[in-house]
Structures are given as structure tokens and as C-alpha cells.
Ligand binder design. Structure first.
Ligand code: FAD
Length: 377
């Protein structure tokens, strides 16, 4: 046995690092195994986070990695568009620097790829490219394609979506506004995010990301130099969170917002729930506690996503136009992290009823939308 540790976290992404900081704060001495030679690279992220990341977290990260502040969005679909004005709703971060910031002072073994695991007494024996490790508690924070999830056979119902982004040398007139161009409202989309330093991030989540980005840039005549390409999968769905003395967190556990695919804030808040359970020596309660906090929100947003992804173009146009007519509601009640608040507010408006009627009609036409969603994890 090369080393013996009580808590081993696989993955030094933002969530693994944040969990590491929380555990250290609670007096533990976690070890993080990371396959890459440094934290924060390669980047696969658009780097837009709600302000809560810096104000509603137990150990708030430094704001030094913020590049730009966002006051709203231009949202478009099928030639129709609207503006959402929401002052200081989000920040654009330097994602690589953000991850590095979260990793400060942590014990991380780099160039150490987790390969396999077997049960050993109360804990686990891990094989890595850097020798064997023993963990009393094993945490998989190893991202969307989690090997911990796979090898320990955590049950799940996850679909991996394709994400691709270019950082392009390009100036935009509105540096404080992002653009969201829907391919399918409100699930598959292309974005343009100004870093406010002469670079924009142009990215997409869709079935054919390369073709989509080329089309988007051509349509807008964006001809600047591509200075960086970022790509990665986005896991949407549900996942078992704890099994014996092992747990998953972050993208490994599919703790991601189903409508916007943002995972940093949910992953960090989930790490807080997990760290508290470890502190209280009640790891088994992690899943229950997580469901209390996020279960309803995720289920409702997954249901909405499933319906919208399967709707006809005609149905989607009606839903988009309805949202466009109600931007003031979104501006008033919209929450960057909690999207169900928008559904409830729109649903409370009697003018919604014909749009809801359309949605119900689409679901009746394709009942498999619901079956897929409620398939066992
Ligand atoms: C194109 C794109 C754009 C996105 N944009 C946003 C956004 O704007 N805002 C937002 O909030 N979220 C966004 N996300 C999602 C966000 O990037 C993730 O939710 C977030 O990175 C999850 O953090 P994590 O620590 O759980 O996983 P990861 O960031 O994936 O980190 C996992 C870590 O584990 C390591 N690892 C994996 N396997 C092993 C192994 N076998 N052994 C050792 N180490 C291993 C990896 O190297 C990595 O360092 C985006 C995702 C994509 C793909």
C-alpha cells in the first residue's frame, strides 16, 4: 500500500476542490487524485455563474477571477427575439483561474488517474497510474464520465449532451449582455458571451456542435481569430448519490441545472451537503438531504426539458412567443439558479392557459416523454 487516507476525492475540478476545502475547514485531511498535471486545464466551460456562487456559499471563492459582470441577455429563436434586463445577474469568470483558486492549500496528487477500485474492509483499495491508495470514504468528483460512478455501479438515468465553445478575438457593442440563440427552446442553444477584453466565448450545446458553431459565426459574420477551443459532455438526468462508503458529487452525480446546463453552483452547494454529512458521520443521509434541497427543482426542470425537447416546432414557437410576451415576469421573479420559480409565476397567470393547453396536447400526442423521464434510475 503506497498511502493510506481517510477521505480520497477523485477529481480536482471545481466541485472536488470545493469539497476538499470544506472538509479541510471541518478538520479533515482529504487527498485529491487528479489525472492532469495541473488544476483548471483543459477548460470545458462557458464560465457564466450567478452571483450566488460568491455570496451564497459557505466558503465564498475570491472574486479575483471575475472578468465581466452581466446585466441581461438577448434571447432569440427562429427569427424572433427579446431582451431580458437583469442588472448584475451573473459573472463571467476565468474558469481555469477559478478552479486554481479553489484548489489553494489542498493536498492534490497530479498525474494520478484513477483506474479501478475494489472493496477492502470498510473502505476501498484504489488502483491508479501512480500506485495504489486506500480510502475509508471514496468520493467521485470525477466529472460527467465518472469512473467511480461506473465501477461502483451507481444507478443513474443520464443523457450526455455535447458542448463545444470557441474563444474568439472579437469586439461586441454590448459588453454587459450575453446572447442566447435557441435551437430548441429552452434546452438546446448557442451562446455568445463577452469577456469584455476583446474576446467573446461562442459556444453551443446541441447534437451537431461543430456545424452549429460554424453556422452561427457565418450568419453573424464573426471572422475573428479562434484563440482557444473548449469541449466536453454535459450530463443531464438523475443519479444515485451514495452507496456504502462511497459518494458522488458535481457532474459525476449529474448535479447540473437541466434547463441551462450550469453545474458550478449546484455542484458547490451539493458539496456543502455532502461535507456536512461526512462531518456528522451520516454519509448515508447525503442523498435524502440533497433531495430535500434540490430534488423538486431538478425533477420539475427535467420534466420541462423533456417536454420541450420533444415538442413540435409549432408548439415551441408558441411557447417562445408566450415567454417573449412575459419577459417582465421573468425579469421580476427569475432566479439564475432556481428556474421553477419562473414556471410557477407564468402558470399562475390565466393568460398562460392556452399555452399550457398546447403543451398538454403535445404530451398526449407523445406520452413516451413522461415514460422516459420516470424510468427507474
Ligand atoms: C461547453 C460547456 C460549457 C459549460 N458552461 C457552464 C457555465 O457557463 N456555467 C456553469 O455553471 N457550468 C457550465 N458547464 C458545466 C460545468 O463545466 C460543470 O458542471 C463543472 O465543471 C462540474 O465540475 P466538477 O468538478 O463536478 O467536474 P469537472 O469540472 O469535470 O472536474 C472533474 C475532474 O476530475 C478529473 N478526473 C476525471 N476522471 C478522472 C480519473 N479517472 N482519475 C483522476 N482524475 C479524474 C478531471 O481531470 C477533472 O479535473 C459547462 C460545461 C460544458 C461542457
Amino acid at each position: 500500500m503506497k498511502k493510506s487516507q481517510k477521505i480520497v476525492i477523485v477529481g480536482a475540478g471545481p466541485v472536488g476542490n470545493y469539497l476538499g476545502q470544506l472538509l479541510k475547514h471541518f478538520g479533515f485531511d482529504p487527498l485529491i487524485l487528479e489525472e492532469h498535471p495541473e488544476v483548471g486545464k483543459p477548460v470545458s466551460c462557458a464560465g457564466i455563474v450567478g452571483k450566488d456562487v460568491f455570496s451564497d456559499t459557505l466558503l465564498a471563492p475570491s472574486k479575483a477571477t471575475i472578468l465581466n459582470t452581466i446585466d441581461g441577455a438577448k434571447v432569440s429563436f427562429n427569427g424572433s427575439a427579446f431582451l431580458l434586463k437583469r442588472p448584475q445577474v451573473a459573472y463571467i469568470i476565468d474558469r481555469s483561474a477559478f478552479d486554481k483558486e479553489l484548489s489553494k492549500g489542498l493536498k492534490i496528487e497530479f498525474n494520478t488517474r484513477f483506474l479501478s477500485v475494489e472493496k477492502s474492509g470498510p473502505g476501498y483499495r484504489l488502483k491508479t497510474t501512480n500506485g495504489d491508495y486506500y480510502a475509508d470514504i471514496l468520493i467521485g468528483a470525477d466529472g460527467p464520465n465518472s469512473k467511480v460512478r461506473k465501477l461502483l455501479d451507481f444507478s443513474h438515468n443520464i443523457k450526455l449532451y455535447k458542448g463545444l465553445q470557441y474563444r474568439v478575438r472579437w469586439e461586441v457593442a454590448d459588453r454587459d449582455r450575453v446572447e442566447v440563440s435557441y435551437i430548441k427552446p429552452f434546452s438546446l442553444f448557442t451562446w455568445l458571451i463577452p469577456e469584455a477584453n476583446g474576446i467573446v466565448r461562442i459556444g453551443t450545446i446541441c447534437d451537431k456542435p461543430l456545424a452549429e458553431l460554424e453556422k452561427f459565426m457565418k450568419e453573424r459574420n464573426i471572422t475573428g481569430e479562434i484563440v482557444e477551443k473548449n469541449a466536453g459532455p454535459i450530463p443531464i438526468g438523475t443519479c444515485q448519490l451514495v452507496k456504502d462508503n462511497a459518494a458522488l458529487v458535481g457532474d459525476a452525480a449529474c448535479q447540473i441545472k437541466p434547463i441551462t446546463s450550469g453545474g458550478i453552483f449546484y455542484g458547490m452547494k451539493s458539496a456543502e451537503i455532502l461535507a456536512n454529512c461526512i462531518k456528522e458521520e451520516k454519509l448515508a443521509e447525503y442523498e435524502k438531504n440533497w433531495n430535500t434541497e434540490f430534488g423538486q427543482e431538478i425533477k420539475l426542470c427535467l420534466l420541462a426539458r423533456n417536454i420541450l425537447e420533444n415538442m413540435s416546432d409549432d408548439g415551441l414557437k408558441k411557447v417562445f412567443e408566450y415567454v417573449k410576451d412575459n419577459t417582465s415576469v421573468i425579469e421580476k421573479v427569475g432566479d439564475f439558479e432556481n428556474h421553477s420559480s419562473i414556471f410557477w409565476s407564468l402558470a399562475a397567470n390565466p393568460r398562460t392557459y392556452s399555452t399550457i393547453g398546447n403543451v398538454i396536447y403535445e404530451v398526449i400526442k407523445k406520452p413516451q416523454i413522461l415514460f422516459r423521464l420516470f424510468r427507474k434510475k
